[in-house]
Design a protein around this ligand. Structure first.
Ligand code: ADP
Ligand code: MG
Length: 535
């Protein structure tokens, strides 16, 4: 048997990195600025344990653009590199100085380090003909200049740089002229670097907010802080309904703030999505495989260094951490809703119009959430007086509203105004009718019929008697045959030239004596139009 190690042909590796590592070229800014942040954070750590001496001074990062010279430069005042370190870190593909640092200073490192794979630096070659690195270590060592044109050959020499830190100078290639535009750079910085923990300047202005709300302790934040942060994320939205501050450190690290937005219509969703960060670096707002689907109706920020973010989506789906994160977030959200429901039911009811869409969607798509949400999912009586949880509705109606199989019958109305006659009729018999009139309700009812084995939903204008245990009709008809006929004729002639079905219910204190309905298929047509909108 022969054993050995796989060798890498360096000539081949650069084109692969350039072409396949990152699908989007603007990522190079994220990677290089992240490295600058890491270099700064490392210096802070070394200073805090006495390994770096003296005052650290200004630690800001600057990005500068020289369109005439066709260069973009990222400068930091971090730890810098000695000649040996340049050789170790830059000349070895996939050797991560970040990993090495984390291992060496385990437990002493309060400042999160972003780097991980030892590949980010090479993204510079996606947009550059040549990359020049001029760097001076915080240790007493000469400054050095490293230069490479994207081939495996590099040059390394002493340089004249007196202040600590690193300049990464990108000589932008012809295909990447877009990055010689200030606006383009600015928007990329804004997208990826907006919440990085070290001050970052571009064209004289600080572009980032180094300590965003989610990195702070909930006890240090006021309601206004949370609302302000929401505004910073989504400047044009109405204030959120609630928020949840996530803070987990076992069995994985995750922080974040999730907001319940004021959304009534599902078409309004999707535009402002949850943003995923890793150590305050924006990664993506395509969180489809990371966050449970129904939670995508929420907004805000999730930050986790434990999600392997640089790797492909399909990998993420199978990642056990991602699954755990999923379950945890679902649980947190359910707990928070239950807490508000228990402690402040009135507020909860008032906000149900917005919350309901979210809760119902969650109940339909996630059984773990359903289990919890049963306790706080509420339905409003059509008369507006009461709100019921499933259990409360059961208690309030059980004696009366059971069908032949012994299931609880939930009577509901999809159009309380038009179905008013039926509602009155049902109320007169002592039945309680709830509103289920929103856009998700048809699907919700469908799903819950399957999930709640002992519940049967019946629309108030369906033939209720068929669905309920026989009970003496409470409404006595006081009309004679002739009067009934006349009423029927009178009512069936009215209304948009449409033939109406007329039912004479008789007289009672609460019930409508006559109920006129459009034929079923007409109503369906209308429902469909309401759901699909103008075509
Ligand atoms: P990673 O950040 O995942 O470790 P990179 O390819 O982005 O890998 O960078 C490789 C290494 O080069 C870093 O770990 C770090 O040691 C070094 N390095 C890169 N940029 C800088 C910088 N601005 N200052 C100091 N060291 C740097
Ligand atoms: Mg890096």
């Amino acid at each position: 048997m022969q054993k050995g190690s796989i060798r890498v042909q360096t000539e081949n590796i650069f084109p692969i990195i350039k072409k396949f590592l990152y699908s989007e070229h603007d990522i190079f800014i994220r990677e290089l600025v992240s490295n600058a942040v890491d270099a700064t954070q490392k210096l802070k750590t070394l200073s805090s344990i006495g390994e770096a001496k003296g005052e650290l001074g200004d630690l800001s990062i600057t990005i500068s653009l020289d369109s005439a010279a066709r260069t973009v430069t990222i400068s930091d005042k971090g730890i810098g590199m000695t000649a040996e370190e340049v050789d170790k870190y830059l000349n070895q593909v996939a050797f991560s100085g970040a990993e090495e640092f984390l291992n060496k200073y385990k437990g002493q490192n309060e400042n999160n380090i972003i780097g991980h794979f030892g590949l980010g630096f090479y993204s510079a070659f996606m947009v550059s003909d040549k990359v020049t690195v001029v760097t001076k270590s915080f240790r007493d060592a000469p400054a050095v200049r490293w230069e490479c044109d994207g081939s495996p050959e590099f040059t390394l020499e002493e340089a004249e740089k007196t202040d600590r830190g690193t300049d990464i100078i990108l000589h932008i290639n012809d295909e990447s002229n877009e990055f010689l535009e200030a606006d383009r750079i600015k928007s990329v910085l804004n997208r990826f670097c907006h919440f990085l923990p070290v001050p970052i300047f571009f064209e004289g202005e600080q572009i980032n907010h180094p300590s965003p709300a989610w990195t702070k302790k909930p006890s240090d934040l006021t309601a206004t802080d949370y609302q302000d942060f929401y505004k910073e994320l989504y400047p044009y939205n109405e204030p959120p309904l609630f928020w949840i501050h996530l803070n987990v450190d076992y069995p994985f690290n995750l922080t974040g703030i999730l907001y319940f937005p004021k959304i009534k219509q599902s078409f309004e969703i999707q535009k402002d999505k949850i943003q995923l960060y890793s150590n305050q670096v924006f990664v993506t707002d395509e969180v489809k495989d990371i966050v449970p689907e129904f939670l995508m109706l929420l907004q805000g920020v999730i930050d986790s260094p434990d999600i392997p973010l640089n790797v492909s989506r399909s990998y993420l789906q199978g990642d056990p951490n991602v699954k755990k994160i999923n379950n945890h977030i679902t649980k947190k959200v359910a707990d928070k809703l239950e807490e508000i429901f228990q402690n402040n039911r009135k507020e909860f009811e008032e906000k149900w119009e917005n919350l309901g869409l979210f809760v119902k969607y969650g109940m339909m798509t996630d059984d773990k959430f359903l289990e919890k949400a049963e306790k706080f999912h509420i339905m409003q009586d059509t008369d507006g007086s009461a709100w019921y949880t499933l259990e409360e509705y059961r208690k309030a109606t059980e004696a009366l509203q059971k069908n032949k199989e012994g299931k609880l019958v939930i009577l509901y109305s999809t159009e309380p105004v038009q179905q008013n006659g039926f509602i009155k009729g049902a109320n007169a018999k002592g039945y309680k009718v709830v509103k289920l009139e929103t856009i998700v309700d048809a699907a919700f009812i469908n799903q819950m019929e399957m999930k709640w084995n002992d519940v049967h939903f019946v629309r108030v204008d369906a033939d209720i008697a068929d669905n309920l245990v026989d009970k003496q009709d409470a409404v006595a008809s006081v009309l004679n045959q002739d009067q009934e006929e006349k009423l029927k004729q009178l009512f069936s002639q009215t209304g948009e030239g449409v033939h109406l079905t007329v039912e004479v219910k008789g007289l009672s204190p609460d019930a409508a004596p006559v109920v006129a309905t459009r034929p079923e298929f007409m109503r369906r047509m209308k429902d469909m139009a309401a759901v699909s909108g103008p075509m």
